[in-house]
Ligand binder design. Structure first.
Ligand code: PBG
Length: 324
């Protein structure tokens, strides 16, 4: 007698059959590679909590960029870490600061590469907050002015995309207006729309030397318990003119990738953040997990959730694995 149950295994019967019916793929074009740039020369220092990720000075960055481009990476996101930090993060909007120099250098050598500038003040302020402080509070509207100056300076240096990550209210609207006024109406904004106050950023803050000296970021970044707040933030950013929407941390909050995918039509970007990277690296170094399979599974998970793009420190390794 014929069985009445479904035979799902028919489509899983061989590697070629599985290839035939695979729904999602990770391609090099989907990946954005983060880079940390510092002042000085001949610097290539590994970040202790992020094996395989380095601080580069401009000279060593030039070498690194050749490798990055040769392995098929098509876009990078830059984080400048200046030596001089002050209360108002003045190196963020100085046309000759390290981030601007790095953007100019990369665009001159690799004009086709997409260079994304992270627009925030926390790498540039001595107190480590993403805006300016008054009476210990990060003040919104005053910080916006400096963030607009930062974005315009980054665009002037040649950034292809501006990625504001500071979580001030109105940041997309003000930065859009500032870019337009300065003649950069063609430069898209990739907004950190859904950004939680997360401990997963710990290793990044070591790399960017941007740990807040007092308090935390909970007054401007979102509560990890809140999904609806994330939808409201994303809706504001879309209304204000965001061209891309980022979810961060991506792996911990893949539900938000799916929710944004179902509610908005902008490209969705999952940020596979530093702490998520460090956990995989630490477990792999102990021989506890299969690094390649874990990373590829995570990345295809982002794609399945609806991410168009993934910012990931694993990008160079993925290039190697996709080729093999
Ligand atoms: C800047 C910024 C941070 C990250 C990206 N941009 C740190 C933070 O908000 O504290 C974190 C990225 C990562 O953890 O990989 N504000």
């Amino acid at each position: 007698m014929a069985k009445t149950f479904d035979r799902h295994r028919r489509l899983r019967s061989s590697a070629t059959m599985r290839n035939l019916v695979r729904e999602h793929h990770v391609r090099m074009e989907d990946l954005i590679y983060p880079l940390f740039v510092v002042e000085g020369s001949n610097v290539k220092n590994e970040i202790p909590s992020m094996p395989g990720v380095y601080h580069f000075s401009l000279d060593t960055l030039a070498e690194e960029m050749k490798e990055v481009v040769a392995c098929g990476i098509q876009s990078v996101i830059l984080f400048g870490v200046p030596e001089h930090k002050d209360a108002c993060g003045s190196e963020a909007y100085n046309d000759n600061a390290i981030t601007q120099q790095a953007i100019r250098q990369i665009k001159a050598a690799h004009p086709e590469l997409i260079v994304i500038a992270d627009t925030c003040l926390c790498e540039y302020t001595d107190h480590g907050h993403c805006g300016v402080l008054r009476d210990g509070e990060v003040v919104n509207d005053e910080s916006l002015k400096l963030l607009v100056d930062t974005a315009v300076s980054q665009a002037r240096a040649g950034a292809d995309i501006i990625a504001p990550s500071n979580m001030m209210d109105g940041f997309v609207q003000e930065i859009r207006a500032g870019l337009d006024e300065a003649g950069f109406e063609h430069i898209p904004i990739m907004s950190y729309a859904v950004k939680y106050a997360s401990s997963f950023y710990g290793p990044f803050r070591e790399a960017a030397q941007s740990t807040p000296q007092s308090g935390d970021r909970k007054g401007y970044q979102m509560d990890p318990a809140n999904a609806r707040d994330g939808m409201r933030e994303a809706a504001s950013d879309v209304k204000e003119g965001a061209d891309f929407l980022i979810v961060k941390p991506g792996m911990a909050f893949m539900d938000m990738v799916l929710r944004l995918r179902e509610n908005f039509h902008q490209p969705i970007v999952a940020y596979n953040v530093s702490g998520e990277y460090s956990m995989v690296k630490a477990a792999a170094a102990n021989g506890w997990i299969d690094e390649k399979n874990i990373v590829m599974e995570t990345l295809v998970g982002f794609k399945r959730a609806g991410a168009d793009l993934i910012i990931t420190y694993h990008a160079k390794d993925v290039a190697k694995w996709l080729e093999a």
